[in-house]
Design a protein around this ligand. Structure first.
Ligand code: DGJ
Length: 753
């Protein structure tokens, strides 16, 4: 890995064994993009990549054109850039826009100098990838200046030793004499030389999150975004551009991911000459950050991953990075506790004894963590009251959280608790004491969502107050886990304490407040396991992963719905981050009946747990649950931290298949799922991946043996599994059937060649 600067050609070459990223200082001093892709040889001069072929008619010529000696006109419209500005001959959407006192928005950022450093600096107040020692990555800081306004633009590029990863962010500092307004500040601007890509996005709705959608790039703009104040159920701050011939296993793919949890924009603009500009960052709509003299604005970080090994190759790189160098702390590398959450078991209808009854059965079945969901505080007997009053309701819990936690711990389990820290009900003591603490626009109606308002987390005193209430409970009671919920989008986004010309900052300041609270709690309670949640998957993004290493992926707990949700989620996010539980049938969201085995076979590929009262299962079912938990404990490390491959897509057909392989390739678990049964089923094989071709694997249920090369080239025969032959098989070949295949490499002397 290295970052090389050629003084004479003014080119930068960032490379590791997999990728090269090449830029140049353009003749007018702007930064130009020359190449991003598979590693190429270094050369002192890459300037031939700067294409200046003149375009007829429509081009306008950048004023400083006389600096060019080669006779060509410099029209920024036709130049691939690093951080494009609109209006000085470039007409594409810009990476940065600054409103100046005279009303102009034109900027002219010219290269001044650069620094190259080992490792990777942190981003103040923001989540970001990190290194554990300086040798893991190198960082380039480009410093540019707009001389008229005195604004300094710092572009940060980090290349890691391993993986096709490039992390980027920008910092804008007002070193001029007058206050300015930053109205666009993207984290990443990437101009690609063609548009021969398919665009992949991960979209949906509440309980239908991160469904894969694919379309061909075309001239014009394609985008996904959120303007809801959270990354949202509707879209995810992650897109992929893949060559049409690329698939899960081969071909060129670039993933773009934003480490941020608020309003975002991910966009590709294909211009008239077939180049593509990708922009990723905070949504410019409504964004307006005032920069007084001396003030800076730091954008969130964006991560690009380039893969020649198709979509799985890209996903595995994201998984490793986000699992090891974005998630942090005590739980980062630890197997996650198997939990039982009471939400779908009781909703708001519980007493302490009822909870203990559920927990006792959970303990008997092998569950490790009991989680008390919504309804334990204030006057919270429905979703109309209580949010904001973070003290136990002693009618339900006579000895408070401390008493309940003690009883759970006495059973030999850990205790977890639900919070929704950012919200308040009108019917709450907090709201009665501080009605001005909510986000709402003066003299206009304040919209409620799920009967609640959003607290103004851009205000420190609000975050302080919530922190104090939470910290009190966490200090008094033995709480090992927090489920942090967020159940509505932000409307009438206005802070009572900011002046009118700073209201465009509130959305971002809000998210900074959320990050601040997470950070303070993580620091004060370093062993606490956080699970993020926003009505399920409404804020499942890399920003939150920095503070909470796992997230409840969706409120839809139906196994068949979960196939799509978890499959889509896996494109960017590691399996250890995907909260997935077994729930009752008929399922509470889609009223579907699925076999208990299939419900577990899907949930194993995640953090695993139960979202039901195990007392209500039959004895036979309870026996199966015990076996499931024994199975999960045995294979948990492999399932949560192994290398994950998608094999058959639920977005393409009736079958879904995925697998995980251990680092030493000696163990693998394959999950196979058939949505609907059909008569006279066809013959079927699935080609496996990631195995060692020379290892002889024994399937643990059938005890059949196959070499890795057979399983990867001939395939695993899935058409003739018989009842009882494979673990988890319902044996009925009915709808919603599933199987697990468990492979173990035999030692050399036990091979059955
Ligand atoms: C939405 C969450 O996604 C559910 O799991 C549950 O915690 C409810 N909120 C509680 O109100």
């Amino acid at each position: 890995m290295s970052i090389l600067f050629s003084e004479h050609a003014k080119t930068f070459h960032l490379y590791n064994q997999e990728i090269s990223y090449i830029m140049t200082v353009l003749p007018n001093g702007h930064m130009g993009q020359l190449y991003f892709g598979k590693r190429v040889h270094h050369r002192e001069d890459f300037s031939y990549l700067y294409e200046t072929a003149q375009r007829p008619m429509s081009s306008c010529v950048y004023e400083d054109d006389d600096i060019l000696s080669d006779g060509y006109s410099l029209s920024l419209e036709h130049v691939k850039q690093e951080y494009g500005v609109y209006g000085t001959t470039d007409f594409r959407r810009p990476a940065v826009e600054i409103l100046q006192p005279n009303g102009s928005r034109i900027c002219d950022f010219k290269y001044k100098r650069h620094e190259i450093m080992g490792g990777k600096p942190g981003l103040a107040g923001l989540p970001a990838t990190y290194t554990e020692d300086g040798g893991e990555a190198e960082t380039l800081r480009l410093i540019l200046e707009d001389s008229l306004t005195g604004v300094i633009l710092e572009l940060l590029y980090t290349i890691f030793v391993r993986g096709g990863i490039l992390a980027r962010s920008a910092k804008i500092t007002n070193e001029g004499k007058e206050a300015l307004h930053l109205t666009t500040a993207m984290s990443l601007c990437m101009d690609l030389p063609d548009y021969d890509y398919e665009w992949l996005q991960f979209s949906g709705a509440w309980a239908r999150e991160r469904h894969l959608k694919v379309r061909k790039l075309e001239q014009g703009i394609q985008a996904v975004d959120s303007r809801r104040g959270h990354s949202s159920h509707e879209h995810n701050p992650f897109i992929v551009l893949k060559r049409p011939s690329a698939d899960e296993f081969q071909g060129e793919v670039i993933g773009f991911s934003l480490i941020y949890s608020g309003n975002f924009l991910a966009q590709a603009e294909v211009d008239t000459h077939d180049t593509t500009r990708v922009l990723l960052g905070i949504h410019p709509m409504g964004f307006d950050w005032k920069l007084e003299r001396g003030e800076s604005f730091q954008t969130p970080e964006a991560v690009m991953v380039y893969s020649q090994q198709g979509l799985n190759g890209m996903s595995q790189t994201f998984h490793r990075l986000y699992q090891k160098r974005l998630a942090r702390g005590y739980w980062r590398d630890r197997e996650r506790p198997i939990l039982n959450n009471n939400w779908e078991a009781t909703y708001f209808d519980f007493t302490e004894d009822r909870l203990v009854e559920i927990a006792e059965k959970a303990k008997e079945c092998g569950v490790e963590l009991f989680v008390l969901d919504d309804g334990w505080f204030g006057e919270r007997s429905s979703d109309h009251a209580g949010l904001g009053d973070w003290a136990a309701n002693t009618e339900r819990l006579p000895r408070g959280i401390t008493g309940l936690a003690e009883r759970i711990e006495e059973l030999g389990m850990k205790f977890g608790l639900w919070f929704e820290p950012e919200m308040v009900n009108e019917d709450s003591d907090l709201y009665r004491a501080h009605p001005d603490w909510i986000l709402s626009t003066p003299e206009r109606s304040a919209s409620q969502g799920r009967n609640q308002y959003v607290l103004d987390f851009s205000r420190k005193e609000v975050v302080d107050c919530i922190y104090e209430m939470m910290a009190k409970i966490l200090s008094e009671a033995k709480v090992s886990y927090i489920k942090w919920d967020m159940n509505r989008s932000i409307t009438e986004c206005y802070s009572k304490v900011l002046p009118p010309d700073r209201q465009g900052e509130v959305f971002h300041r809000y998210i900074l407040g959320v990050y601040d609270l997470y950070e303070r709690l993580n620091t004060a309670f370093p062993r606490l396991l956080f699970e993020s949640c926003a009505s399920g998957g409404g804020r499942f993004d890399p920003g939150i992963l920095y503070y909470a290493p796992q997230g409840w992926a969706s409120d839809d707990s139906d196994a068949i719905e979960r196939l799509r949700i978890q499959y889509g989620t896996s494109f960017c996010y590691p399996i250890s981050s995907i909260g997935s539980h077994v729930s009752v049938t008929p399922n509470h969201q889609v009223f579907r009946n699925t076999p208990l085995s299939t419900r577990a076979n899907v949930a194993y590929f995640g953090t695993f747990g139960y979202e039901l009262d195990l007392n209500k299962l039959t004895e036979e079912e309870q026996k199966i649950v015990k076996e499931q938990i024994v199975f999960m404990k045995k294979y948990r490390k492999l399932l949560q931290f192994g290398t994950f491959y998608r094999l058959l897509s639920p977005f393409e057909g009736n079958l879904t298949c995925w697998m995980v392989v251990s680092e030493d390739q000696k163990e693998a678990v394959i999950g196979w799922y058939r949505t609907l049964s059909h008569s006279n089923l066809p013959f079927a094989r699935v080609r496996l991946h990631g195995l060692n071709p020379d290892f002889c694997y024994e399937e643990q249920n059938t005890l059949e043996t196959h070499f890795g090369d057979e399983l990867m080239n001939i395939g695993l025969i899935t058409s003739d599994g018989m009842s009882g032959q494979v673990e988890g098989c319902t044996g009925e070949y009915g709808d919603f059937d599933s199987r697990l295949y468990i492979l173990k490499a035999l030692p050399q002397n036990e091979r059955k060649d």
